[in-house]
Ligand binder design. Structure first.
Ligand code: ADP
Length: 264
């Protein structure tokens, strides 16, 4: 689905999902999802619990490959290339399309090593000190940790750990960053920092964020995809539009009911 747009300016499509169906064993979790993700914009996935937001998100960097019984049909094109093509290396996909999870999951290693590790296994030949500093700066964490880079990352606060995970994702130069409820485990101040960071990062990266928080979707995203579930508990894309349009002038009754908190 092309997002309904008011603005006439053409946007570059970075990801194009066409008729994506995802099964877990016999269970049809997502049906016929088609949508375009635009470069250097933030796209939010919203909808009631169980409607397939995380499932679709994981399909975008082939994380579902790791779930036994998960199966995908349809196509996902990334910069014009089929993400599920025979020649495609899922490890490379996950480098280009990074993921940040709901619960911050730094490695039980130093702050420095959390950043350097991914680069090292990718055979990075540049200056590691520079890479660590640049990644931490981009994730708005450098000033808070520059004097304790050798400290174990698990001693950071939850919000700092999440920004470290974002820095870790940035260190391998991705094009897209997927975020699965990145702030839902954080307090309001840490959440605000993550939201500010998302707005900074979209200058350079395309971002897809799953969120349960309507305010957050409206604050950080340019486009919003509203997913719903049918009577069989199968998720589908109900409406996709520019965020302002979806929140102020939704086309579907279900969208209107969801964003006004009538169910969730
Ligand atoms: P959302 O992110 O919108 O809450 P999910 O993508 O997590 O929804 O889940 C969509 C549906 O797929 C739900 O019915 C959920 O129970 C099911 N599901 C998710 N992950 C798995 C899995 N690993 N195995 C089986 N079913 C799953």
């Amino acid at each position: 689905m092309t997002a309904e747009k008011n603005s006439a300016q053409p946007k570059k499509i970075v990801l194009e999902l066409s008729d994506v169906n995802i099964h877990y064993g016999d269970f049809h979790a997502v049906k016929d999802a088609s949508l375009e993700i635009y470069e250097k914009h933030v796209t939010a996935f919203i909808g009631p619990s169980g409607c397939g937001k995380s499932t679709v998100l994981r399909s975008i960097n082939r994380m579902n490959d790791m779930i036994p019984g998960a199966r995908i049909e349809g196509s996902i094109m990334f910069d014009g290339e089929d993400l599920y093509g025979d020649q495609v290396d899922p490890v490379l996909v996950r480098r280009q399309i990074g993921m940040v999870f709901q619960k911050p999951n730094p490695f039980p290693k130093s702050i420095y090593e959390n950043i350097a590790w991914g680069a090292r296994i990718n055979g990075y030949r540049g200056n590691y000190d520079q890479l660590v500093e640049q990644s931490l700066r981009q994730a708005a964490l450098w000033d808070e940790v520059k004097d304790k880079l050798k400290q174990n990352a698990l001693r950071l606060s939850g919000g700092q750990q999440q920004r470290l995970c974002i820095a870790r994702a940035l260190a391998v130069s991705p094009e897209v960053i997927l975020m699965d409820e990145p702030a839902s485990a954080l307090d309001p101040i840490a959440t605000g920092r993550i939201e500010e960071l998302i707005l900074e990062l979209k200058e350079h990266y395309s971002i897809v964020i799953v969120t349960h928080n309507m305010g957050q979707a409206s604050r950080v995203s340019d486009y919003t995809a509203f997913f719903m579930v049918d009577g069989q508990r199968t998720g589908y894309l109900q409406e996709y539009a520019e965020t302002e349009q979806l929140f102020l002038n939704p086309r579907h009754r279900k969208t209107e009911e969801y964003i006004s908190g009538k169910f969730g």
